[in-house]
Design a binder for this molecule. Structure first.
Ligand SMILES: *Cc1c(COP(=O)(O)O)cnc(C)c1O
Length: 370
């Protein structure tokens, strides 16, 4: 029997880039895969499944309430819709066509209006909101955020992410203080973040996570928050939420993945260093290549291998090298944020030791075949 890769003529992938949507994000644990399979094979009273798994997650995390959604992007759209619609049954069914005068402005620091693979603004618009930017491309203070609040403001949105501008930026707690002062909800998109309670505890009303990133669940998303707001997010299942429906398998898979995530022993940075040391030594033996351990710029306990290419000696620039490494029988992907400086990073968490050997062999071959 041909493999899936043969059947559809797909390239195999070695993922040294981290949790990337373009590569399928993560590979959930076998227990999670079993839970997904169980879910697929049963019927449930879906309203109950949504509510009771949400309550279960909330209890695990010590928050008011929670709901599993189809992905973090859907979580943003449904959270925005929730704070605009609330429990208005006409608006729920006519979110975009209704001309009822309700607050629809979503105030967001300008440096947070980013493209995470799709624009934040598109998700806000999908949720019936209108983005109002506060501050500047490179700064936003609490005062600058507050200056954009009007009677038309429905919520404040904060994007906690490496994608957004970090410099001269107010904190989540600062944004929560502004929201509180104006009696507005604060929505935090923490899609790729690892801490499932910090932003809630700082005063956010709704916090959104991507299910397959840090939590390593199936394709899904999590919205947690204050009781009234989660209730309104749940109502969106009969509104825009229907176009982003999450299945029983995703709900059960993410709920178990969260439970496992909270008790799992995390691979430490030091363990990552041990795993990548032979790989780094291999790379340093190749002419034109140097490699060393670097630590996560956002301060998380993640070590990565930084690989520097001597572009002149190799006769190719780093972008060309990256392109060639994606075109072999097995496509190899690195973190390319610094490729313009002749450097890439290898995140080894999803890479096995034999795969590390494949990577160094591919680089050696590419460098010697100039
Ligand atoms: C990944 C990401 C998203 C989207 O998450 P999905 O679950 O893929 O929809 C949204 N915001 C940020 C900051 C992200 O990193």
């Amino acid at each position: 029997m041909p493999s899936i890769y043969e059947k559809y003529n797909l390239r195999k992938v070695i993922n040294a880039s981290g949790r990337m949507t373009i590569l399928g994000v993560s590979t959930p644990k076998p227990e999670v895969a079993d839970e997904v399979l169980f879910g697929l094979n049963q019927y449930f009273e879906m309203k109950d499944l949504v509510k009771k798994t949400g309550a279960y997650i909330a209890k695990l995390l010590g928050v008011d309430d929670a709901i599993v959604v189809s992905c973090a992007s859907a979580g943003i759209a449904q959270s925005v819709a929730a704070v605009i619609v609330k429990d208005d049954s006409d608006l729920l069914l006519n979110l975009h066509s209704s001309d009822k005068q309700v607050p629809r402005e979503i105030v967001i620091p300008k440096g947070h209006n980013v493209n995470f693979g799709a624009p934040v603004e598109t998700m806000v618009t999908l949720g019936g909101g209108k983005v109002v930017e506060a501050g500047f491309a490179n700064e936003c203070s609490a005062t600058q955020l507050a200056a954009k609040v009007t009677p038309q403001t429905a919520a404040i949105l904060y994007i906690k992410s490496h994608h957004s501008v970090q410099k001269s930026m107010l904190t989540v707690a600062d944004a929560a203080a502004v929201a509180k002062a104006y009696d507005l909800p604060l929505i935090v998109d923490a899609a790729a973040e690892e801490d499932l309670t910090a932003y809630y505890n700082m005063g956010a009303d709704l916090v959104i996570y991507s299910g397959a990133k840090a939590i390593e669940g199936p394709t899904s998303g999590l919205v947690l928050g204050k009781k009234q707001y989660i209730e309104w997010v749940r109502l969106q299942g009969n509104g825009i939420g229907r176009a982003m429906k999450v299945g029983k398998e995703g709900i059960l898979g993410l709920t178990l993945a969260i439970e496992l995530y909270l008790t799992a022993k995390k691979e430490t940075g030091q363990e990552m260093v041990e795993k990548m040391t032979p790989f780094i030594n291999d790379l340093n033996a190749i002419a034109g290549i140097s490699a060393k351990v670097v630590w996560d710029a956002a301060g998380r306990d993640i070590a990565r291998a930084e690989i520097t290419f001597d572009e002149q000696a190799i006769g190719k620039n780093t972008f060309e090298i990256m392109k060639l490494l994606k075109q072999g029988d097995t496509a190899i992907y690195f973190r390319e944020y610094k490729a313009n400086e002749g450097k890439v990073e290898a995140d080894v968490r999803s890479v096995s030791a034999p795969q590390l050997d494949v990577i160094s062999a591919a680089i050696r071959q590419l460098v010697s075949a100039k």
